[in-house]
Design a protein around this ligand. Sequence first.
Ligand code: CO
Length: 298
Amino acid sequence: MDWLWLRRVRGTAVAVLALALFAAGLASAHDGPKPEKKGILLVAFGTSFDSARVSFRNIDGKVKEAFPGVDVRWAYSSNIIRHKLAAAENRHVDSPAEALAGMMDDGFTRVAVQSLHTIPGREYEGLKRMVEAFEGLPKGFVQVEVGTPLMYSPEDVRQVVDVMLRNAPKERTPGDALVFMGHGTEHPANIYYAGSQYFFWQKDPNVLVGTVEGTPTLDDVVAGLKARGLKTAYVMPFMSVAGDHAHNDMAGDEPDSWKSVLEKAGVRCIPVMRGTAEISDMADLWVQHLKAAYVRLP
Ligand code: CO
């Protein structure tokens, strides 16, 4: 991932907004006040792995069950993923800007947008800014509320930790390590990984949290395993999907994968290919955040 996505997202947003303003101007002479229409937009980072989409289907089902009769739409916040899907599978997934423009055009007046991200990092921040740009447009939405990502309040982090521990592999014994591989970021919200580690250690000293692109690092995880003399580790993604990072960075055969590095350090590594959004109780936490956003729509 790179910083370019933000500039691209901004470029798309400006183009979409310009079109929306133009269309609103054309229509303004004739349209009366709009009838109220509420909708939901779910925004995930996205994944190019078909097998990983089980996470999104799980959340989609739960949201539709919790909000019967409400229109539920999807967008991916990663431009790279969306372009990859378009090129490889000829599959179009909306960006948040495209989805919001579409909902505006379809007459929605109030929308609850739910961030399906794990931490309030770059993706969430970009989404918030995008939504703010859509509010207050002539003939635009009356109100858009954004639901917080999985870990936002300290209570969220406690709950996530409990759900992760309750859903640890059944085969794991207390003498085995449980390693969670988060994405990680240079955004200050990276601190949520270390924050979750604090709560994990209150419940289980053999749980270690690491990240691919931030801190704690894989080196920190290896040091933690060595310090505890742990010889077996169940390694699971701390990401909503078991996609590219899980298959390659975590469980891949490359010498720098987590599996290879742990094995080299003398730790038997058992990868668990399951995104957090596949876990029923975890998906429920995202749905709770969506409910909190949705009730703010009168
Ligand atoms: Co990534």
